[in-house]
Write a protein that binds this ligand. Structure first.
Ligand code: FES
Ligand code: FES
Length: 215
């Protein structure tokens, strides 16, 4: 059995029918059968009767980097897939797809989150910050600049997630020690082993931000 939960990045949902929706529909349908005897519902009918969104595409509005963005997606689509596959915000990376590596990190309502663990439909009404929104007027955010100064990246694949994790961390801990940073960034992994550079960058960014919150 495949271990993948979602289609490849290149795949877009083609039908209005999902396995999860099917299971949900069958569950509801089975309950109805138990009480009524001969009632048979399609998954879509069952979902609709229960006030459940989907299983087909539904309109979703996300607030990304201060702007509302509308899209039509199945309720099963995660935030990282919505960002990357439907909206071309490709900074957040999908690596483990199971809340382990931090490559997909974004900031949602001020909290650092793994966007592979959030359904896009659940992210509606939240303020979502991605790395694409960090630079202002063509000027690098102090965290991005500090990564550059300290060579805190090699292949760079983990870097956008790390930058967002550092930004979210410093917003809440403006004057960290090296040990604080080491512990606070423990949710992000780098296969190239740039951890020392990342920690130094975080400390420099903290000084540069002087405890102030940058956009
Ligand atoms: S891809 Fe989300 S934590 Fe690894
Ligand atoms: S720089 Fe390559 S994975 Fe972190």
């Amino acid at each position: 059995m495949s271990s993948k939960k979602y289609p490849d990045a290149s795949e877009k949902p083609k039908s209005g029918f999902s396995r999860r929706g099917f299971i949900r529909g069958v569950g509801i349908g089975s309950g109805a059968l138990g009480t009524v005897g001969l009632l048979v519902q399609t998954p879509a009918e069952a979902a609709s009767a229960a006030g459940v969104a989907g299983p087909g595409a539904v309109p979703v509005t996300l607030q990304i980097n201060g702007k509302p963005v509308k899209l039509n997606i199945e309720p099963r689509v995660t935030l990282v897939d919505a960002l990357r596959n439907y909206l071309d915000f490709t900074g957040a990376k999908k690596v483990c797809d199971r809340a382990t590596c931090g490559a997909c990190t974004v900031i949602m309502d001020g909290k650092v989150v793994y966007s592979c663990t959030v359904l896009a439909i659940e992210a509606q009404g939240k303020d979502i910050q991605t790395i694409e929104g960090l630079s202002q007027n063509g000027k690098l955010h102090p965290v991005s600049a500090a990564f550059d100064n300290h060579d805190a990246q090699q292949c760079g694949y983990c870097t956008p997630g790390f930058v967002m994790a550092v930004k979210g961390y410093l917003d809440k801990h403006p004057n960290p020690t090296y040990e604080d940073v080491q512990k606070g960034l423990g949710g992000n992994l780098c296969r190239c082993g740039t951890y020392v550079g990342v920690r130094k960058a975080a400390l420099e960014a903290a000084k540069e931000m002087k405890g102030g919150h940058h956009a």
